[in-house]
Design a protein around this ligand. Structure first.
Ligand SMILES: *Cc1c(COP(=O)(O)O)cnc(C)c1O
Length: 378
């Protein structure tokens, strides 16, 4: 029998306006990094998140790097990041010339544990990057309180909201919780522009500096005049056209993500040994993907074998991010901090995500649940 059609992990979902807006950009000749869709997308995005400014960039990785660079993070500095995240959270600290220091996550929410962050602070700590993992906001208010309590209210809080478009904590949207926030619009992210990113902040002076730096460090006042070394991290008007179209479908996109997760939760929450991300009071969860930790799995090899069996049944899945503090990219550095992060190591090797694209039908979700329940170890 031919295998059933693959249910992809996270296919993009379109409103229908995308092609129309891109065609308009083509027709008018605005295909590069200037044009009306860019300004409109930035303004609409800032309104949606509830911040003064949004600066579009070409991906979520450079968004992180640009902020670290703009606030002066450099060689000799340390930046505390969770180990359970996509590697870009930590590699951008390296891009800035600084040292990533890995901290532990909370056992239930899988987001950064403020108490462990405090233990990792040194005189060299310049910033902390809480990650809104899988669409759940990190507890940034608790992190700030912990920093203040340890006399380090000066530490910059950069919220990596790449996975959390649509999420909120106590009514404050993801991307507005820190001193600045960053988003990714990669193809599988909740809101996509193909490749793309955004920086959100209410600090006008920082936003102005980001704007200068992402555009080769060129001033507006004088042609080809560069007060400092900048980057070309600009987004194109074509990507912004897609972004603006996606944003028009924001409410539907968020509702779809939440509905998919609710269906998984209803079916899996009572299963012995299955842990879903804990959503504490005050959180609006906008699940990017439904990640679960299966305590019946002995570790990485068993988890990967389960994912193979799911694939044979036509179900695409993804492992939880590899603990960054164990990655050669970060361990094989002279200044790497060594040590174990037991919670991160435990959940990371037992975690897997089931299909979560906004366009999934109930039938596809049910097939994914059925396959997982049939294949998981008893
Ligand atoms: C996707 C992602 C990024 C990187 O975004 P790109 O647009 O792929 O560069 C950074 N941080 C986290 C947590 C992500 O999930």
């Amino acid at each position: 029998m031919p295998p059933a059609k693959l249910i992809p992990i996270c296919a993009p979902h379109f409103t229908g306006l995308e092609a129309e807006y891109v065609a308009e950009a083509m027709r008018t000749g605005w295909i590069s990094s200037a044009g009306p869709f860019l300004a409109e997308f930035e303004a609409a995005f800032a309104r949606s998140i509830g911040v003064a400014r949004a600066e579009a960039v070409c991906n979520g990785t450079v968004a992180l790097h640009l902020v670290l660079h703009a606030i002066g993070v450099g060689p000799g500095d340390e930046v505390v990041v969770p180990s359970q995240t996509f590697a870009a959270t930590a590699s951008t600290v390296r891009h800035a010339g600084a040292t990533p220091v890995f901290a532990e996550i909370d056992r239930g929410t899988w987001t950064l544990d403020p108490a462990d962050v405090v233990k990792k602070l040194t005189a060299r700590t310049r910033a902390v990057v809480p990650v809104d993992l899988y669409g759940l906001c990190a507890d940034v208010p608790a992190l700030r309180a912990a920093l203040e309590a340890s006399g380090r209210g000066d530490v910059f809080v950069l919220e990596d909201a790449a996975e959390a478009f649509g999420a909120a904590l106590h009514g404050v949207r993801a991307g507005a919780l820190g001193d600045a926030g960053t988003f990714s619009f990669y193809g599988n992210k909740t809101l996509t522009t193909g490749e793309g990113g955004m920086i959100t902040t209410s600090r006008e002076d920082l936003a102005d500096r980001l704007r200068l730096l992402k555009n080769h460090g060129m001033t507006k006042q004088k042609r080809y005049f560069h007060p400092e070394v900048g980057f070309n991290y600009r987004m194109t008007n074509l990507q912004a056209a897609i972004g603006l179209a996606q944003l028009a479908g924001e409410a539907d996109l968020i509702a779809r993500k939440q509905r998919i997760h609710a269906r998984y939760r209803a079916a899996l929450a009572g299963e012995p040994g299955v842990a879903l991300q804990v959503v504490p009071p005050g959180h609006t969860f906008c699940p990017w993907i439904t990640m679960l930790v299966d305590e019946h799995l002995g570790g990485e090899a068993e988890r990967d074998a389960l994912m193979e069996r799911l694939l044979e049944r036509g179900i695409d899945s993804r492992p939880m991010f590899y603990p960054n503090h164990l990655l050669p990219a970060f361990t094989e550095q002279p200044d790497a901090a060594r040590g174990s992060l037991p919670v991160t190591e435990h959940v990371s090797f037992r975690g897997l995500a089931l299909p979560s694209g906004a366009g999934l039908t109930d039938d596809e979700i049910d097939r994914s649940i059925e396959a997982y329940l049939a294949e998981r170890p008893r």
